[in-house]
Design a protein around this ligand. Structure first.
Ligand code: DQA
Length: 151
């Protein structure tokens, strides 16, 4: 069974009440539920995590490398703009991933435009709100079933 890991960075546990003008009104539990529903349609085995700690995210990515995770959907939140450690972990395990942001990181403060992940991700979804996670599952399905892609 295809294993998908969804990782969420700092402060995403506050979704629902946190700056709704940027992040919408859905909480992470609702997003997780909807994302899992889509994943089930593709028979994906999917796990969802959120952590406010950089080291925990690095550990989860390293663990994913050992557990044969096929694909990662990742909202690194503020670590998007700061974390060489998480970037290095993703490069080390070499698991394809999609970077997801609820808000459009390109039309906010200047510092949000820089991502440590976009150039090593399969692709990035930014600014579409909570549906970005569901679209990422669909994109993961297409990506994993495309035999023309170089392995
Ligand atoms: C975010 C965008 C980041 O700039 C911010 O630090 C977040 C959330 C998003 O989903 O839009 O915490 O990743």
């Amino acid at each position: 069974m295809t294993q998908i890991l969804v990782l969420n960075g700092p402060n995403l546990n506050l979704l629902g009440s946190r700056e709704p003008e940027h992040y919408g009104r859905d909480n992470l539990e609702t997003i997780e539920k909807r994302t899992k529903e889509i994943a089930q349609e593709f028979d994906f085995d999917i796990e969802f995590f959120q952590s406010n700690t950089e080291g925990t995210l690095v550990d989860l990515i390293q663990e994913a490398g050992k557990c044969a995770v096929d694909f990662i959907i990742f909202n690194p939140a503020a670590f998007t703009h700061t974390s060489v450690a998480i970037r290095d972990a993703l490069k080390a395990v070499n698991i394809p991933f999609i970077e997801v942001h609820l808000s459009n990181i390109h039309n906010r403060e200047e510092f949000r435009r820089n991502s440590y992940f976009s150039d090593i991700a399969i692709g990035t979804i930014s600014g579409l709100g909570a549906i970005g996670y569901e679209l990422a599952v669909l994109a993961a399905h297409r990506y994993l079933s495309d035999d023309t892609r170089q392995k």
